[in-house]
Design a protein around this ligand. Structure first.
Ligand SMILES: C[S@@+](CC[C@H](N)C(=O)[O-])C[C@H]1O[C@@H](n2cnc3c(N)ncnc32)[C@H](O)[C@@H]1O
Length: 323
C-alpha cells in the first residue's frame, strides 16, 4: 500500500493526465509499467487519426522523402517557388524554428555561403548548417543577443566553400580545406569572433544585416503531457493551438507584432519577411501596420496548408522598407 502511495504521488507531480487515466484504478505494478511506456499516447484514437492523416498527406510524404523534420517545410518551399524569396549567400533569421524544417529549407536555398540563425523557446537539435539559440524571442535580451550575432557578417557563415563535388572542389578552397585540420578551422573561427567582439564592444548592431526574416511562431500553451519527449533529439513540442479560436489569434498576433518590430530593426532594404498568423480578431489592424512599413504585402495560403477550423494564413511581405 505504501509503495503504491509513493508512486501515485510521483505520478501526480509528473504526468497529471496519466494520473487521471491510469492511477485511479491501477495496482502499483501496472502504474510502473505504464510509466515506462509512453507509446500509450500513440494508441489513443486521436493519435490514430493523426497517423492516418499523415499517411495520406502528400506534404508529409514529400517532407519525409526530402529528409525534412516536419511537413511545414513543404509550405515554405511552395511560397519560395511562388515568390522567389531565397538566394544563395543570404542571411536568414528563423523565429520559432523548432523542430527545424523551415531552417532546413533556408539552409538549402542559401547554400553554400549563406547563414541561417534560428531561435526557439524549446530546445531542439540545430539543423545541419544552421546556428541556433534557445530563448524566448519576445525577451529583448534574447533579441539583443541575436543582433550581436548578426552584426558580425562572418559569424555563422561557412568561411570556405563546402567541397561537395569534384568539380566544385577543383574550383575553390579544396587545397585550403584539405591542409587545415578541424581544430585549426575551429581556432581560426574563434579568433575571428574574439577579434570581432573586441571591436564591436557592447553594441548590439545588426541593422541592415538580414535578407529574410521568417516567423512561424505560435503562442505556446502550458505543458500538460508529453514530458517524456524532453530531449534534444526528440524535443517536446509546445502545444501549438489551444482550441480556443480567440486565444490562439491573440497569441499569434502578439508574436507577429514582436517579429515585425524585429524585422524593422534588422532587415536590409529589399529584404523579405514571411510571417504566419491566424486571421481574425485584430489581424486587420496588424495588416494595416504591415502596409505602413512594407511596399508590397501579399497574402498566400500554400496548397499544403491544412484547412483548420479557422484559416491559418502565411503572409509574405516584400520590401524595400520605407526610409
Ligand atoms: C509551428 S512551430 C514552428 C515550426 C517550424 N517552422 C518548422 O518548420 O519546423 C512554432 C514554434 O514557435 C516556437 N515559439 C513560440 N513562442 C516562442 C517564443 N516566444 N520565442 C521563441 N520561440 C517560440 C515554439 O516553441 C514552436 O517550436
Amino acid at each position: 500500500m505504501r509503495s503504491q502511495r509513493i508512486i501515485r504521488n510521483i505520478c501526480s507531480a509528473v504526468i497529471p493526465s496519466l494520473r487521471r487515466r491510469v492511477i485511479e484504478h491501477a495496482p502499483a505494478a501496472s502504474i510502473a509499467a505504464s510509466l515506462s511506456q509512453p507509446v500509450r499516447y500513440a494508441t489513443s484514437s486521436s493519435s490514430k487519426r493523426w497517423l492516418e492523416r499523415q499517411r495520406n498527406d502528400y506534404a508529409a510524404k514529400q517532407a519525409e522523402l526530402k529528409g525534412l523534420r516536419s511537413r511545414a517545410g513543404i509550405k515554405l518551399e511552395e511560397i519560395n517557388t511562388k515568390h522567389n524569396i531565397f538566394q544563395s549567400g543570404q542571411t536568414v533569421v528563423d523565429l520559432g524554428y523548432a523542430p527545424g524544417s523551415w531552417t532546413q529549407i533556408a539552409v538549402e536555398k542559401t547554400a553554400p555561403y549563406g547563414r541561417v540563425l534560428g531561435v526557439d523557446i524549446i530546445p531542439a537539435l540545430p539543423p545541419k548548417g544552421a546556428s541556433t539559440m534557445q530563448g524566448n524571442f519576445t525577451d529583448l535580451r534574447v533579441q539583443a543577443e541575436m543582433k550581436r550575432f548578426l552584426a558580425n557578417p562572418r559569424r555563422g557563415r561557412l568561411l570556405r566553400p563546402q567541397v561537395t563535388t569534384e568539380e566544385e572542389g577543383a574550383v575553390k578552397g579544396e587545397v585550403e580545406v584539405a591542409s587545415q585540420t578541424y581544430i585549426e578551422q575551429e581556432r581560426a573561427m574563434m579568433k575571428d569572433e574574439e577579434e570581432w567582439a573586441a571591436k564591436a564592444g557592447d553594441t548590439e548592431g545588426g541593422e541592415n544585416s538580414v535578407d529574410v526574416v521568417l516567423s512561424d511562431m505560435l503562442e505556446p500553451f502550458p505543458m500538460v503531457e508529453g514530458l517524456s519527449k524532453m530531449s534534444l533529439s526528440k524535443p517536446y513540442r509546445l502545444m501549438a493551438t489551444s482550441g480556443h479560436t480567440l486565444r490562439d489569434q491573440v497569441g499569434s498576433i502578439k508574436l507577429c507584432n514582436s517579429a515585425l518590430a524585429f524585422s524593422i530593426d534588422v532587415l536590409k532594404p529589399g529584404g523579405s519577411f514571411v510571417c504566419k498568423f491566424y486571421m481574425g480578431g485584430d489581424s486587420k489592424l496588424l495588416m494595416e501596420k504591415f502596409k505602413q512599413v512594407y511596399n508590397k504585402v501579399s497574402i498566400t495560403k500554400p496548397k499544403s496548408s491544412r484547412s483548420v477550423c479557422y484559416p491559418s494564413l502565411v503572409l509574405l511581405f516584400l520590401t524595400p522598407l520605407e526610409p
